[in-house]
Design a protein around this ligand. Structure first.
Ligand SMILES: [Zn+2]
Length: 450
């Protein structure tokens, strides 16, 4: 059939549909096959009452995208089908199109091709270009493939009696920080078990309402960022489950809100000193005194820029620094009491997270908070006052060494997924994709770049 555009005759039959006409359009870039229903009303039973008493009520034509025979020639099928009306029950129904995909406006065989192309590694944009199938239909087919994989994974886990013991919850941005989603991960398998729109407490409540809680009866602990109010809902719906605050969120926040602020305060002092000296120099004529002040000015500017540039050395672990950086950092710490105190508090904070004895952890955290509050360094005091309320969740880290780190790792995969499909415009598709990329690879049809 259709060996070339000249002198070709076709006669295709598929059940009650027959096609004997085709046409090329748009400078031979589109091929249209025209199918007509040849079904006799005497062959049709009413869908509703089963009586063989229908009339043709109307005729409709629909367009389906088909798998192209040639590259760069898109292939469409128009199908003219009947709408029947039953004389017996007066209801109206459409004639079935046996070669149409149940969800998308594509032929069955095109859908099978799309699934296969995705399976063999083509990304969705290539599939769209090659087949002429639109994004919406390609995403729909892809979603179906993913849903099947997720269902079969779920059935497997259920069959072996698997239940998660450690969970983590965190938010992630969908559109460059404009839109957020909340994600729950099983930390043992690394699988995302739930994704929901939004990041407010009430958005997270949907997890407890939608998810099969029976499956969570073995959960021991839940890791989370202490800035969100996730803990309240875990306490409400999963009493007895330990809340563990994520160390990386807390360390990062300490770095930004305490060390960062104190460091910039000190830097600013040197910058202001330099400015003052500059003003003195304007009125000073004695060359000796001028030289002395100029020297002083240079030193203040240097201290200013040293502190400004010390962000990374202060935040990172001392053992990661080379000798030059170590020396520069030690000099800053020696000359600036506030920075030195906060730096020591950071080191202690990291040590406390490494403990695995809850008694020792409790004692350690209590002294840490006491010392911070007694320090008279405002950002440090403020930080301690806020975090002290979360004491139990900090101590719990010594019993359950879990964090939301694995969930952050998924963030990179999500970023790639966003580039692969335009599907993130559709939340339902995108959330399925997030869960799909977290299940073991043997369940997956993996589009390129995943
Ligand atoms: Zn009927």
């Amino acid at each position: 059939m259709l060996l070339n555009t000249n002198n070709t005759q076709i006669n295709i039959k598929c059940q009650q549909y027959s096609c004997s006409r085709f046409r090329f359009e748009k400078d031979n870039t589109e091929l249209w096959l025209e199918f007509q229903s040849t079904q006799e009303t005497t062959e049709v039973c009413c869908q509703y009452c089963g009586e063989r008493s229908v009339d043709i009520h109307d005729n409709y034509t629909t367009t389906l995208i088909d798998m192209p025979i040639w590259t760069d020639i898109r292939q469409y099928i128009t199908v003219t089908y009947h709408k029947y009306k039953c004389r017996s029950c007066s209801r109206v129904f459409n004639e079935d199109i046996c070669f149409k995909d149940p969800d998308a406006r594509v032929t069955d065989r095109a859908a099978i091709w799309v699934q296969a192309l995705l399976k063999y590694g083509l990304c969705i944009s290539s599939v769209v270009r090659l087949t002429g199938i639109n994004w919406k239909a390609a995403n729909l087919i892809h979603k179906r493939v993913m849903d099947e994989a997720l269902t079969s994974r779920k059935q497997y886990l259920k069959a072996i009696g698997y239940k998660p013991t450690y969970l983590a919850v965190d938010e992630f941005a969908i559109h460059k920080g404009q839109k957020y989603a909340t994600c729950v991960m099983d930390l043992d398998t690394g699988e995302v078990i739930w994704v929901g729109k939004g990041r407010a407490t009430e958005d997270f409540r949907k997890f407890f309402l939608e998810y099969d809680m029976e499956n969570l009866s073995d959960v021991k602990a839940f890791a989370m960022d202490m800035n969100a109010s996730y803990n309240k809902l875990v306490e409400e719906y999963m009493p007895g489950v330990d809340i563990v605050y994520d160390r990386y969120h807390m360390q990062a926040q300490f770095g930004k809100e305490v060390l960062g602020v104190v460091r910039l305060n000190e830097a600013r002092k040197h910058r202001d000193n330099a400015q003052d000296i500059k003003e003195i120099l304007v009125g000073e004529t004695d060359p000796d005194i001028r030289r002395k002040w100029k020297q002083e000015y240079k030193e203040e500017r240097k201290k200013y820029s040293d502190i400004k540039n010390s962000r990374w050395p202060i935040l990172t672990s001392h053992s990661n620094l080379n000798d030059d950086k170590k020396e520069a950092l030690d000099r800053i710490l020696k000359e600036h009491n506030d920075i030195a105190v906060c730096y020591a508090m950071k080191e202690e904070l990291c040590r406390l997270f490494d403990l695995d004895d809850p008694g020792e952890a409790r004692e350690g955290w209590i002294s840490w908070f006491e010392a911070a509050k007694a320090s008279r360094i405002e950002p440090l005091k403020h930080f301690a006052e806020l975090k002290e309320k979360r004491l139990e969740g900090l101590i719990a880290h010594s019993v359950h060494h879990i964090s939301t780190g694995k969930l952050e790792g998924l963030n990179n995969k999500i970023k790639v997924a966003k580039r692969v499909g335009y599907g993130y415009r559709d939340d339902d598709y995108f959330f399925t994709l997030v869960r799909y990329i977290s299940i073991p690879k043997n369940y997956m049809i993996i589009p390129q770049k995943f």
